[in-house]
Write a protein that binds this ligand. Structure first.
Ligand SMILES: Nc1ncnc2c1ncn2[C@@H]1O[C@H](COP(=O)(O)OP(=O)(O)OP(=O)(O)O)[C@@H](O)[C@H]1O
Length: 259
């Protein structure tokens, strides 16, 4: 579904990404982890076609991401960032309807079925009914991020790209957000690629992790294989302790304070 071959990206004299080979199969949930400046957002921008590779290829369904017409690409792929929506004075229901833009013809008619039923369904799933007529700029950051998720759900993409989507959320809303994505993926079989700083959240929700450092892949594989003390020490330069989650057994990263 996503095929990355020897991909490199340079900004002037800065190498943001170098010689990356990676592929994502339909229905997988990948996490991209790595320190600040390691190339995570750059990689998402190459996949979403916002930036072009300087070398190598990024293919979506066998075609370069940057070669797609934007509207066609938006039907296939949605992007949600850490501050998914600006605090504008639009009511929640209208914001969700904006997600249908890739399906509208030049008269604003939806070519993709019954948008009203779809929006209703999303409002129900995300418990947005109570907020339906409230303007975005009156909502909390956590509520706004739930609306942002609703908007990308209305877009009905096959691929969801998340760029640190839980950064501004408290621990409850972080988990709620990730559970909603997990439920969506289970129901619709979407493919998810998420840049995450929280390694423990990444381990709990992603099937596989791509670990970047200095624009290069250090490793890719299951959270069990990637979240080792050796890898975390090498990539982040910290002294970690990895413990199995007492309930699920999934690896969790603790950091030991240096004295
Ligand atoms: N538009 C740009 N112009 C110039 N340099 C850029 C640009 N975007 C990214 N870079 C550089 O490329 C490198 C990788 O940046 P990128 O934002 O991809 O890292 P990141 O892993 O997402 O970082 P963070 O975790 O801090 O968000 C950095 O050195 C950054 O300064």
């Amino acid at each position: 579904m996503i095929e990355i071959r020897e991909a490199g990206k340079q900004y002037g004299g800065i190498t943001a990404l170098h010689g990356l080979n990676w592929s994502v199969q339909e229905g997988e949930w990948w996490g991209i982890i790595g320190p600040n400046g390691s190339g995570k957002s750059t990689l998402l921008q190459l996949i979403s076609g916002v930036e072009k590779v300087s070398s190598g290829e990024v293919l979506i369904h066998g075609k370069p991401a940057s070669a797609y017409n934007r509207k066609i690409l938006s039907r296939m792929m949605a992007v949600l960032q850490q501050d998914g929506l600006p605090p504008v004075h639009y009511p929640v229901r209208e914001v969700l309807e904006m997600g249908r833009y890739p399906y509208q013809d030049w008269l604003g008619r939806d070519e993709g079925g019954d948008p009203d039923a779809l929006i209703e369904n999303i409002m129900e799933k995300l418990q947005l009914h109570a907020l339906a007529d409230r303007p975005l700029d009156e909502l909390s950051g956590g509520q706004r991020q739930r609306v942002a998720l609703g908007k990308v759900m209305a877009q009905e993409p096959q691929i969801l790209l998340l760029d640190e989507p839980t950064t501004y959320l408290d621990i409850r809303y972080q988990h709620q957000f990730m559970e909603l994505v997990a439920q969506w993926r289970k129901e619709e079989g979407i493919t998810v690629v998420a840049v995450l700083h929280d390694l423990n959240l990444a381990a709990q929700f992603c099937d596989k992790l791509l670990v970047l450092r200095d624009g290069q892949a250090v490793g890719m594989g299951t959270p069990e294989d990637m979240l080792t003390e050796e890898t975390i020490r090498l990539v982040y330069g910290i002294e970690p302790v990895i413990v199995p989650h007492p309930v699920s057994g999934i690896p969790q990263v603790l950091v030991t304070r240096q004295r």
